[in-house]
Design a protein around this ligand. Sequence first.
Ligand code: HEM
Length: 439
Amino acid sequence: MSTVQTPTASAIALPPGPRIRKALQGAAFAFSRRRFMHGMADRYGDAFSLYVPVYGAMVVVASPQLAKQVFTASPDVLGNIQPNLSRLLGSGSVFALDSDDHRQRRRLLAPPFHGKSIKNYESIIEEETLREIAAWSEGSAFPTLPSMMRITLNAILRAVFGAEGAALDELRRIIPPWVTLGSRLATLPKPSRTYGRYSPWGRLAHYRRRYDAVVDKLIDDERSDLNFENRNDVLAMLLRSTYEDGSSMSRKDIGDELLTLLAAGHETTASTLGWAFERLSRHPDVLTALAAEAGAGDNELRQAAILEVQRHRTVIDAAGRHVHAPSFELGEWSVPRGHTIIVSISRLHADPELFADPDRFDPQRFIGAKPPSFAWLPYGGGARRCVGAVFANMEMDVVLRTVLRHFTIETTDAPGEKFHSRGVAYTPKDGGRIVVRRR
Ligand code: HEM
């Protein structure tokens, strides 16, 4: 429960935290965030304080009760973490919006991502998967991650941007290097100037200009399409929708938002799929059962396996908020205005009190059982919960089904791949390597 109150020195009570120098805490957070946060939770329990440059004073929580408090707090009390990806995506991104502006934007963004609209995109995902896996070679190990990156990128460019032809080609060219660079810069301080076209921030600005030109053309082409009213790509739906006062999204906001959907939805989904192949190739029983199920046209086990990959190999390890109210009552603590609050998602997923034998990859734990709320949180929670969760789940389901129907995956007893941070998402370090044979 959150209360807004005037802070006094005695009202502020923060959980314990390490006494090591702020710079060291910052370095540990920047270079080994996941391991550092889990280590701190081992030492201090479900809530601890840190100081991390860029984000400042921070409280990290790792219990369902505290996560629930954070995620269900009023958006006026807890806003989005500061700074966030809108530094790279633009002020029109949903990441940049809080309170009422955020609520209104979510009303526009939600309908294209409802189950009914998502059905339309299944054939695009299947087509993109078939195209990509046609080039897979048999009998020698290769990393699945680059393939998954191409599938999820093309899926978003077609289903969300409605891109085709020259526009699709140009976006395919500029986006992969741009996303890689953006992910690396995402958690670093942004300089006040770009230092020229060949500096990292200058290169980001250059990509952005090329991107804006393509999106401008896409919007013009869609509006002049005789079939505009029936188009079901997300861009068309955004162009047709209006806010409560009857106004529409500006071109700049649409450009920022499409980029947000791409940045949020491309690497995350591809990384989870990379982990799925890494996990399945090490679990022969699950793999055999999944292949039989894909042949029979069911998906109960596949759905459970997806939930379990997301628990066991969580790609976004944390979700964050910024305290806007004078203070926020969090369990026995009182966190002052300006603090960052982080929910350590990956730590919750590894808690033996929430998931029995958490180090074991076991999709059976989700057969006939819903994932526990505020414990299974790969998509975050509350008013800012991932808008693309249903899309991502459908996409992973279709990609896995298609691969399992066309290939047998060889199993291996090699040790599991390590976690590798790409800046935002955690991927399997060797890219989710597998060996396949065509069926
Ligand atoms: C497996 C894939 C994905 C994972 C693990 C994932 C995870 C997340 C997480 C943890 C958040 C933050 C939630 C919070 O702060 O409480 C988020 C937000 C978001 N995600 Fe996803 N996501 C995935 C796929 C997608 C896809 C496919 C899209 C769209 C095409 C998408 C669009 C967004 C957007 C727009 C937000 C910001 C929501 C807001 O601030 O209101 N995500 N996602």
